[in-house]
Design a protein around this ligand. Sequence first.
Ligand SMILES: [Zn+2]
Ligand SMILES: [Zn+2]
Length: 115
Amino acid sequence: MEEKKTCPACGGALEYDSRCPLGSRELDLYLCPDCGRAELYEPEEERIRRRNEERETQDFFQSLRARLAAGEITAELFPCPTCGFPRRDRVCPVCGSVMDLGTMEELCPGDPEKM
Ligand SMILES: [Zn+2]
Ligand SMILES: [Zn+2]
């Protein structure tokens, strides 16, 4: 959705002019037909992409915190008792060993064959 852009000088409506390469990025140039003011904006799609990225990062940390609170993962990495892989999950992603993260006891040894 294209937002209306207002000229900061005269309050008129800015009109899209062109996309300008500026260093390593591209910006949209808007011109005010009334007073000739030029304004640069980050392209809409770039803004959406950046917002989605921020949201994904937030979601990632949120789910990490939730799993931490639920006792599914530990805050610190620990070496897997079966395979030695540094893990923080209840279930080792390498050998499948299952740990009680409360007592740090191995409930079910992993399968070294899977390594
Ligand atoms: Zn203007
Ligand atoms: Zn393991």
